[in-house]
Design a protein around this ligand. Structure first.
Ligand code: IMP
Ligand code: MG
Length: 188
């Protein structure tokens, strides 16, 4: 079976955009900054972003939250499974939530509410890609890497049916008989 993947954002475009994002974040002079990467899809983005933040003069700590969304139901926590939660104390801290794609917004809405309830001083969101036309929850990102066309994308941490996370670029799957809509109802 052959799957055709066309490049949407190449390695150079991604790395220069991440440097810009890191500088914008550094300009806000966050305090006791805790970066929370939402697994799994954000793992490569978060790794590159924190190093760019270091180069921009920041010293963030890092945490991980593994969330999995499923179903196409209504907005709410019933659609989100917590597979791993943040362990650090978030009380009084500036939090930067990092995710690969802001699509329906359910995942980040859930994560932001949870960290806010736990006493975070502020919770900001950085999403590498934004698909605003798919939004279901009332949420937007404070920082966006790229506006994403309404296509199923893979690579740079993002998967389709567990495959393609390893690609160093972001591409989209050219629809064919084999691909269908696989993976679109489940995301992490
Ligand atoms: P949400 O719909 O905003 O809650 O996004 C849920 C998660 O689904 C995202 O963080 C991604 O991990 C995943 N996801 C959404 N769209 C895509 C896509 O086009 N490719 C791969 N994963 C996706
Ligand atoms: Mg994700």
């Amino acid at each position: 079976m052959t799957v055709q993947i066309n490049t949407l954002f190449d390695e150079n475009a991604i790395s220069s955009r991440i440097a810009d994002l890191a500088h914008s974040i550094a300009e806000t002079k966050p305090e006791k900054l805790l970066v929370v990467a939402v697994l799994k899809g954000s793992f490569i983005f978060a790794a590159d972003l924190v190093r760019a933040m270091h180069r921009a003069g920041l010293q963030p700590e890092m945490e991980f939250m593994h969330l999995s969304s499923y179903g196409a139901g209504t907005v709410g926590s019933e659609n989100i499974r917590i597979l791993r939660d943040v362990e650090s104390d978030v009380n009084g801290r500036d939090i930067l939530l990092v995710d690969d794609i802001l699509e329906s917004g359910r995942t980040l809405h859930f994560a932001k509410e949870r960290l806010t309830k736990r006493g975070a001083k502020s919770v900001q969101i950085v999403a590498l890609l934004d698909k605003p036309e798919r939004r279901k929850a009332a949420i937007s990102a404070d920082y966006v890497g790229f506006a994403c066309p309404d296509k199923f994308v893979v690579g740079y941490g993002m998967d389709m049916g567990h495959a393609w996370r390893q690609l160093p670029f972001i591409g989209y799957v050219v629809p064919g008989e084999e691909t269908g809509a696989a993976g679109e109802n489940e995301g992490d």
